[in-house]
Ligand binder design. Structure first.
Ligand SMILES: [Zn+2]
Length: 213
């Protein structure tokens, strides 16, 4: 497979380049374990890699990526809660100090949440995605009402709303809520626009996103 061969080529570059340059760091991380102070929740989209956007070294950020960078609410229902497990580990064991939710422009997951094009699909045929982005159903309604379900304006509103939903859902986790109240954990929203490579940060007070100077 040429795609995998390209990965192996990349690995060889890493092995003779970045790995050698960071050998001491890797040795230390192997010996002492990881202790990242930041958790990043981002979309699986191939264009928005948090390590690249934030230019961080190995060991610096604990990352969860999924469709549309979503955090589900705290649930104890049966099922396998992958995001909740990662969150629990980051907050309770790694004791990260900040959690950054990073959404992005032209997000396919958010677009599908808006159009509901996968609604009713069987699992494996789009149904898993449809269920997952159903997390945005509540915020979808007013956006669809105001801006319709297509066009960049509606899509952007949906993408920004998704970051706010994830942050609100983070606060439904008792461990997060407690630490935020104590001031030992801070939640932050961010948004990356692919077309110009600009990061926008959510202002807690106003609820608006502003580009980083
Ligand atoms: Zn996305």
């Amino acid at each position: 497979m040429p795609e995998f061969a390209a990965l192996i080529q990349g690995y060889r570059r890493f092995r003779s380049g970045a790995y050698i340059q960071q050998k001491e760091r890797f040795d230390r991380l192997a010996e002492e374990g990881q202790s990242p102070k930041l958790m990043v929740i981002a979309c699986s989209d191939s264009r928005v890699d948090p390590s690249q956007v934030f230019d961080v070294d190995p060991g610096e950020i604990f990352v969860v990526r999924n469709v549309a960078a979503l955090v589900p609410p705290f649930e104890t229902s049966p099922g396998l809660h992958g995001v909740s497990a990662a969150l629990e580990f980051a907050v309770q064991f790694l004791e990260v100090r900040q959690i950054v939710v990073m959404g992005h422009s032209m997000c396919g997951g958010c677009k599908a949440a808006l159009t509901r094009e996968l609604h009713g699909a069987d699992p494996g045929e789009g149904g898993f995605v449809a269920d997952w982005i159903g997390l945005l159903d509540e915020v979808r309604a007013p956006i669809a009402c105001k801006h319709g379900i297509d066009g960049r304006r509606a899509e952007r509103e949906m993408e920004l709303a998704a970051v706010r939903v994830s942050i609100a859902n983070l606060m439904t986790f008792p461990c997060v809520r407690t630490k935020v109240a104590k001031g030992t954990l801070k939640l932050r929203g961010a948004f990356f626009t692919i077309s110009d490579g600009v990061l926008h940060v959510l202002d807690e007070q106003s609820g608006n996103f502003a580009p980083v100077e």
